[in-house]
Write a new protein. Structure first.
Ligand SMILES: [Zn+2]
Lengths: 167, 393
């Protein structure tokens, strides 16, 4: 992409247009002059207790006061009861690993990180959680015991992670 | 009202730097209209399946309306992640079934290479739950399916080598498909020795980033009679399922619930025995965006019992001559996976296979006159199973 941009800049001067030739096909390309940066602003107004909990090292979910359904990720509404009468509960800290993968080819927005392991675990109260797995992915298999820990990420903010339980 | 496919068109798949968006679409629309022997004035609805984001043009139906000189035609853009193509077919199919339209042009289109690869990797990783999976944990499209591959390996003892066998098969047939992105065979060693993308998937477990288009003309039974159409196939049934956005809200990672459900609905509606559907179907295109996904599809579609899908590939039962030939057009793996075009490309393949028009070395034996297409969006976030037949239901 950078090669194409440079070629286009040169071609604006020399040829009169922001164009470049695609190396493989030899086909002429117009190199877009308009950049777009996307950064979403997402409301967490109704789940802010979740983040308060995380700061204290706890993983919180919502639980419907009427039917007892537990929601993780936390939901404001219980669609079964058509109600929003919810309690915030702390999830069980320990569970079992369901599956994992190591992301080698990372999105550009994760370029600051080395290859990372994404895992899914089922906590003792039956709730499943997706998060990064701490430690060597070769030393853990589905079915083994894990726990949830909260720590600050490289980017500085708090996040939960899945950690293998020794022994 | 029965609905038939009366014409098909398919562009060459690959890195199509030689054409822009409407030019690429026209490569499929023109042959579709010519083979159906219809003109612009005969089309009363146009559905365009395209996921977009990575390509410049957003108002794609109007763009094709303008480029193709259509007139007085309704249109719509449809998106269901990688199942976009079949979602577009569904809109056309139901429009005719309900009597709202008589002839519908369905176009599947994607020009992914208008953006550099890293941008595409970034965007395509966002097809699950943005906030709870991507924002904090950077899941990628291969990563989503790799989570399923790991679970399948742990539960049933499949290996990375088993997965590679799917790539070998699909490249074997891709080599015989003149429209495929990769028209070359690969060896098992080549596949196994390629670099990791998302463990346990390596480069050769993954479908590529592709530009391409495919188009079909759908017509009502009435129009088929009125126009005296001889070359046609019928849409016998379609099952559609949806999955949760978050993988963590699902029970199993060794199957896609939306796919099992969609298959069951499609089989029942088409009158196919759900215990051994492969006895009544001559071949299938399944959604092999990643190798393990094809093996899981064998089971979700009941071509094999749970845990035995891997045996089908080990025993080469999904090559021509086996229990049921699968992806003999090269699949997404070798033919390429232009997101919105894939589902429509499957319909084009059903047309070619059932009418004995496939190229040398990749034509199946047509005995029952039925072909199945399994098209998954995201990681089972949407599944469309469509059954095509030579005789109407
Ligand atoms: Zn409730």
């Amino acid at each position: 992409m950078e090669d194409l941009r440079r070629a286009a800049e040169t071609n604006i001067r020399e040829y009169g247009f922001p164009v470049a030739i695609d190396e493989k096909s030899g086909a002429l390309q117009w190199v877009d002059m308009r950049d777009l940066t996307v950064k979403y602003i997402i409301s967490i107004e109704n789940i802010q207790n979740f983040f308060e909990g995380l700061k204290e090292g706890k993983l919180l979910a919502t639980k419907c006061r009427k039917c007892g359904e537990v929601f993780f990720p936390p939901q404001k509404d219980c669609p079964r009861c058509m109600d929003e009468d919810m309690d915030w509960i702390e999830l069980k800290n320990e569970g079992t690993l369901d599956t994992l993968t190591v992301i080698f080819v990372r999105p550009p927005s994760f370029a600051a990180y080395d290859p990372y392991t994404v895992a899914i675990a089922t906590l003792e109260d039956g709730v499943k959680v997706t998060a990064w797995l701490k430690g060597d992915p070769k030393k853990i298999k589905p079915g083994q015991k894990v726990k949830i820990e909260v720590s600050r990420r490289k980017e500085g903010y708090f996040m939960y992670e899945i950690v293998p339980v020794e022994g | 009202m029965s609905v038939a496919i009366i014409g098909v068109g398919h562009s060459r798949f690959g890195a199509r730097k030689d054409v822009n968006v409407p030019e690429l679409a026209w490569e499929a629309i023109k042959p579709a209209m010519q083979s159906a022997n219809v003109e612009q004035k005969d089309i009363d609805f146009m559905v365009v399946g395209t996921a977009g984001l990575w390509s410049s043009e957003a108002a794609v139906p109007p763009l094709l309306y303008e480029y193709g000189m259509f007139e007085d035609v309704g249109s719509m853009r449809v998106e269901a992640a990688c199942a976009t193509g079949n979602a577009a077919i569904r809109v056309g199919y139901t429009a005719i079934e309900s009597g709202e339209a008589d002839a519908v042009l369905v176009v599947g289109l994607e020009k992914m290479q208008e953006s550099p690869n890293p941008t595409v990797i970034e965007l395509i990783g966002r097809f699950g739950s943005y906030f709870w999976e991507f924002e904090n944990f950077g899941l990628t499209f291969p990563g989503y399916y790799a989570l399923h591959a790991t679970a399948y390996m742990a539960k049933y003892g499949a290996t990375e080598e088993d997965f590679a066998k799917v790539a070998v098969k699909n490249h074997h047939y891709g080599a015989k498909n003149p429209k495929a992105q990769f028209q070359r065979e690969i060896s098992l060693e080549q596949a196994i020795n390629s670099p990791y993308v998302a463990w346990p998937f390596k480069l050769f477990d993954c479908s590529p980033i592709t530009d391409g288009s495919a188009a079909v003309i759908l017509a009502s039974e009435e129009k088929v009679k009125e126009w005296g159409i001889e070359e046609k196939i019928w849409i016998l049934s379609q099952g559609v399922g949806t999955g949760t956005a978050n993988l963590s809200r699902r029970e199993s990672f060794t199957s896609l619930k939306s796919a099992s459900y969609a298959a069951e609905v499609a089989y029942r509606k088409a009158g196919i025995d759900i215990d051994a559907p492969y006895r009544q179907i001559d071949g299938a295109d399944v959604h092999d965006c990643f190798t393990a996904a094809e093996i899981i599809a064998y089971e979700d579609l009941r071509f094999a019992k749970r845990g035995e899908g891997v045996e089908l590939i080990r025993e080469e039962q999904t090559y021509i001559g086996g229990r049921i030939p699968v992806n003999v057009d090269g699949g997404l793996k070798a033919k390429g996976h232009p997101i919105g075009a894939t589902g429509v490309s499957q319909a084009v393949e059903a047309f070619k296979q059932l009418l004995n028009k496939a190229e040398n070395g990749r034509q199946i034996d047509v005995k029952n006159g039925r072909y199945l297409a399994h098209n998954v969006g995201g990681t089972g976030h949407y599944t469309y199973v469509t059954i095509y037949g030579l005789e109407k239901r």
